[in-house]
Write a protein that binds this ligand. Structure first.
Ligand code: HEC
Ligand code: HEC
Length: 327
């Protein structure tokens, strides 16, 4: 009787041991699996609808542009995007017409490589996201209207007429580089250049840093070395004060993400803020239609208009107000 009991207990003990060992082995192999896989498939558990990794920045090569009229339009659109000022000015009737038509920049001055570079305000996928609502316009905006938005602000020039073949050519080019991107897709590379929580800038520190790190390409007086080698940053020929980068936070974000060329993401928030304020403290062409922007509210407080430039330069600017720190 007694020996049967001992035998049963012994059997139970042995069984439990086996179970424990089995469980531990299982656990260890699970842990290993997770650590092994984690770096390779970080979005493994994201459901397909929000799987941003599925949208690849992989525009077709310009070498594969088809022959024929469509191909010619795509190449013309590429040229217009990459060398905007030189192309449009050289084809204008007079020098004055050319200067009124467009400033000295090209789209590439801000959308690097004609909008093909993922890190610098890429324009890949635009035909998949436009038409869309834009708060600044207070309406649904087509891709043609968005291009014209940059023409009258960043390019401080004139709109393309609705029936201008050059506008069709640009749309043909953007359609070509957006190939394979489904309509309505969330593009992970959009809207990356914005320094959300800007430290209060020092224009004086910005000037010192500018003279050290930026003049090789943009010149000491901001006049630049060329639209695609070091675009003009202020004064006549640069973007006007209705442009996106005329906002302190966007300029600072752009600088931090992209400048100086060759060493992006090396400037601190404070340095990017100082440089942004220094660049935007200078005079530049004035946008004529400020009053019509943001008709439904939401006007940003950090757009460096003439009034704010004046306040910045005479030391009366209210940074808490401008940077939204008193909200
Ligand atoms: C001085 C800089 C600058 C220049 C030059 C410029 N852009 Fe832009 N562009 C911007 C900024 C800034 C934005 C807004 C990005 C954002 O909202 O974060 C923008 C936005 C756009 C958008 C919409 C992007 C989106 O994701 O919704 C299009 C399209 C566009 N630009 C086309 C052009 C074209 C075409 C040209 C040349 C004719 C041009 N841009 C020249 C700075 C510039
Ligand atoms: C090696 C040359 C080089 C240096 C140095 C450099 N840039 Fe640029 N910068 C460029 C080029 C080229 C572009 C056009 C866009 C591109 O190719 O990424 C550009 C574009 C810009 C733009 C947008 C275009 C415009 O007209 O507003 C700003 C702003 C800018 N740079 C600011 C700076 C600042 C600030 C520094 C110093 C921290 C700096 N850059 C240093 C070459 C340079």
């Amino acid at each position: 009787m007694r020996s049967t009991k001992t035998f049963t207990l012994g059997l139970l003990f042995a069984f439990s041991l086996v179970v424990i060992v089995l469980m531990a082995t299982q656990l260890m192999s699970n842990t290993k699996k997770t650590t092994d896989q984690a770096p390779e498939t970080p979005t493994e558990n994201v459901p397909p609808s929000t799987d941003v990794a599925g949208i690849a920045h992989n525009p077709p090569s310009m070498d594969d542009v088809p022959e024929g009229p469509l191909g010619e339009a795509i190449l013309r659109g590429y040229e217009l995007t990459n060398d905007t000022s030189n192309v449009l000015r050289s084809e204008a009737a007079t020098v004055e017409d050319g200067e009124a038509r467009v400033n000295e920049l090209s789209c590439t001055s801000c959308h690097a490589g004609a909008g093909l570079e993922e890190e610098v305000s890429s324009l890949v996928g635009m035909t998949a996201v436009y038409p869309m609502y834009i708060g600044r316009s207070g309406s649904i905006v087509t891709l043609e209207e968005r291009i014209n938005g940059c023409m009258v602000r960043s390019m401080d020039g004139e709109k393309f007429a609705e029936d201008d073949e050059d506008l069709d050519a640009m749309v043909a080019y953007f359609t070509y580089i957006s190939e394979g991107i489904p309509v309505g897709a969330e593009l992970p590379w959009r809207h990356q250049s914005n320094l959300d929580d800007m430290p209060i800038p020092s224009v004086a520190d910005g000037e010192v840093l500018y003279q050290k790190s930026c003049i090789a390409c943009h010149a000491g007086d901001g006049s630049g070395t060329g639209s695609n080698t070091g675009p003009k940053l202020w004064g006549k020929g640069s973007f006007n004060d209705g442009a996106g980068v005329a906002r302190l936070s966007k300029m600072a974000g752009y600088i931090q993400n992209n400048m100086p060329i060759g060493a992006p993401n090396t400037l601190s928030d404070q340095e990017a803020s100082d440089l942004s304020a220094y660049i935007l403290s200078h005079d530049r062409p004035e946008f004529k239609n400020h009053a019509k922007d943001w008709p439904n509210g939401g006007r940003p407080s950090d757009l460096m208009t003439k009034e704010l430039r004046q306040q910045l330069n005479d030391g009366t600017i209210d940074w808490d107000e401008v940077l939204g720190k008193n909200k």
